[in-house]
Design a protein around this ligand. Structure first.
Ligand code: CU
Length: 398
């Protein structure tokens, strides 16, 4: 598939296909700079399971602002096997891109990456879905598939239905889960996707809402009021017309077993975000200046941090310092082996490309696409202000 990406901005940009497994030169990382007025024509060979992916710009130091201003969209990889699931796009298969924004008095987007914004990530007091504030959608009175994407700069959304109805999670970032996982509350972190089925056969309207970001503790309130209230995300209005899908499938597609024995390497990554001037203390090591970086080093585009071998798997142990960080790897999918030494919950047990690391996460990363020194793959925190400030590294795969 040939893509035509024309940069009509007055700033350099790139377009990264988040979750798409393509070689480094087609990945759209920061090294794939498109100058204002020029066009990039990558050819993308799609050879991965059905999944909900997305695309967004990735120019170093300007990713956060460009995404905030509106550059993000969904990609659906469809393999033609619908498994009996809702798949009528826009009818019972809906894209739900959730973001938070702050608006100026004239209604313009207010992006302010002040010092606090860099430390905690920029957050807004208004939730939007596909660019609209608290929209409503009419749905068939049956099972409806929601393709949820958190495209916020930093906010973890704590989703639930006001009437407590169930999310049946059928897929995560990299594709289907083994079977639907019922949940009444679902946290979705920046860059994460979940496909969920929701049953509207009772014909009753339902409100999807989000609560305070629990990863941020007392700073997690989403609205200006500073309370712990849930705020509406969007509303669903079932229609009397016959629904296409009335049954929840019991089995989906079982991912291959995650075998840590297959790993050829074990690596540690510490995600640091410090406030300027602070020192950071790690046990058994001398104090190092607190920086926004990984393993004590801020991102350097001329430095290759990790070299991997094509066709292998590695165990990556990620540790968050300062606050929970959503960690994303380009060009590869991974399985979560453990979160703080505990098995991941079922909805996080499938293929993923981003994980919220609250303490320590152990990942089994599978490298299936090549990347050169000129066009390496990135790994980074998906709090966009952290990424722009240097919480990012790059790896080759050959
Ligand atoms: Cu971060």
């Amino acid at each position: 598939m040939e893509m035509i990406v024309e940069n009509a901005l007055d700033a350099p940009t790139t377009v990264h296909w988040h979750g798409l497994l393509v070689p480094g030169e087609a990945d759209g990382g920061p090294q794939g700079r498109i100058a204002p007025g020029s066009t990039w024509r990558p050819t993308l060979l799609i050879d991965q399971p059905a999944a909900t992916l997305w695309y967004h710009p990735h120019p170093h130091h300007d990713t956060a602002r460009q995404i905030y201003m509106g550059l993000a969209g969904l990609i659906i990889v469809d393999d033609g096997n619908d498994l009996g699931l809702p798949h009528d796009f826009g009818v019972d298969d809906l894209p739900i891109i959730i973001q938070d924004r702050a608006f100026g008095t004239d209604g313009s987007l207010d992006y302010d990456a002040d010092e606090l914004g860099v430390v905690y990530g920029v957050r807004g007091d208004t939730v939007i879905v596909n660019g609209a504030i608290a929209p409503a959608v009419r749905v068939p009175a049956g099972f409806v598939r929601l393709r949820l994407l958190n495209a916020a700069n930093a906010q973890n959304f704590e989703l639930r239905f006001r009437d407590g109805r169930t999310f049946h999670i059928i897929a995560s970032d990299g594709g289907y889960l083994q079977q639907p996982v019922p949940m009444s509350e679902l946290r979705i972190s920046p860059a994460e996707r979940f496909e969920v089925l929701v049953d509207f056969s009772d014909g009753k309207g339902a409100v999807l809402e989000t609560g305070p970001d629990r990863a941020m503790g007392i700073f997690g309130a989403i609205s200006d009021s500073g309370t712990n209230d849930y705020v509406p995300v969007m509303r669903f209005e079932p229609m009397a017309a016959a629904a296409v899908v009335r049954r929840l499938p019991s089995r989906l597609i079982e991912p291959e077993a995650a075998n840590p024995e297959s790993a050829v390497q074990r690596r540690q990554f510490v995600l640091n975000n410090g406030v300027c001037g602070q020192k950071m203390r790690m046990s058994g090591q001398p104090d190092i200046p607190a920086i926004v970086g990984i393993n004590g080093r801020t991102h350097d585009p001329s430095r290759i941090d990790v070299e991997t071998k094509l066709g292998t798997t590695e165990i990556w142990e990620i540790t968050s310092v300062g606050m929970p960080h959503p960690f994303h790897v380009h060009g590869a999918m991974f399985r979560i082996l453990s979160l703080d030494d505990k098995r991941p919950p079922d909805h996080l047990a499938g293929w993923k490309d981003v994980v919220l690391v609250e303490g320590e996460a152990k990942l089994l990363v599978k490298f299936t696409k090549p990347a050169t020194r000129e066009h390496p793959f990135m790994y980074h925190c998906h709090v966009l202000e952290h990424e722009d400030a240097g919480m990012m590294g790059q790896y080759t795969c050959a």
